[in-house]
Design a binder for this molecule. Sequence first.
Ligand SMILES: *Cc1c(COP(=O)(O)O)cnc(C)c1O
Length: 367
Amino acid sequence: MELRVRFLDLKVTDDVERRELLDATETALKHGVLVNGPEVDRFEALFAQACGRRFSIGVNSGTDALFLGLKALGIGPGDEVITTALSWIATANAIRLNGATPVFADIGEDLNVDPESVASLITPATKAILPVHYTGKICQMEKLTALAKAHKLSIVEDAAQAFSATRRGTPAGGFGVLGCFSLNPMKVFAACGEAGAITTNSEELRDRLHALRYNGMRNREVCIEASHNGRLDTIHAAMLLARFPRVKKVVEVRRRNAELYQKALADVVRIPVEKTSDGEFDVFYTYIIKTERRDELKAFLEREGVETKIHHMYLMPEQPAYRDNVRGHFPNAAKLARQILCLPIHEKLNPDDIAYVIRCIRRFFGR
Ligand SMILES: *Cc1c(COP(=O)(O)O)cnc(C)c1O
């Protein structure tokens, strides 16, 4: 059967939106300040405000946001950073590339890092906790913040999937000493190419990150530390500014789609739960169901023209680059990794598309 429901569709199909993006690009081409242009400053101010922070630093990817963030904190050889077992590999790479050791904690049924597992892995070498707000749901930050305080650790949030998610009123990127975001085209707030941002309240860290994102240059002449070039392009900042007012609507549609799934799938698979009692407001970067019959269901949906993904097939510590020398303990993650399946949830899907996916899934389970 032909593909009927795509997992993602990155084409800009809205004529008004496309015009806005082209206009933003044209303005930048006309003023010609193609790096560090005025759009970068304006974007950073807006982004910081949206995350409830004083500053944001635009960078060229979420990977760099994490890498430079940890570097700015001075995390390096001999240091341990506790993170989750289940994330995009960039999370672990950012730790390893700084010369530090990633320590992999277990996850809960919500797929986010389990604070008790994190607590059990703290050693004198631990310098930071790197929680990932997986699927666009914020981690249990009260517990993680208390742990960090008790053990004098920094918290760096991997908020790549969670822009505009909140927990008890605090937005993603508003909890840690640093918040790291990806704005790549797959993310809920998406650039038209690679982009990322870091949030902070610290003026000192902001200044350090300004140097680190440009070869460690403190000004045009003086290099204070070896680093690479990880700046956010003016044109990307301009297009991000144009898209900024649309993010709210994107999240609304994703939440509506999630609600449709919620109502119709709860009796056949394990569905994501938004705990309003914990003040959760999720943005559904992905909508991950769990079932023991995951592989069969995925193959069935493919035959019915429904594209799904597994985020992620391998835990980070199971990857060839990591598996030979793993620190951590994550039995629940190892179990859940075989049950998870991402359904299409993106904002271009209408209720009919969702209804079709629901019908297929119910049919698979004989309902
Ligand atoms: C997307 C993502 C990243 C990396 O972001 P890029 O912009 O692709 O480099 C890091 N962590 C998580 C959890 C992500 O989903």
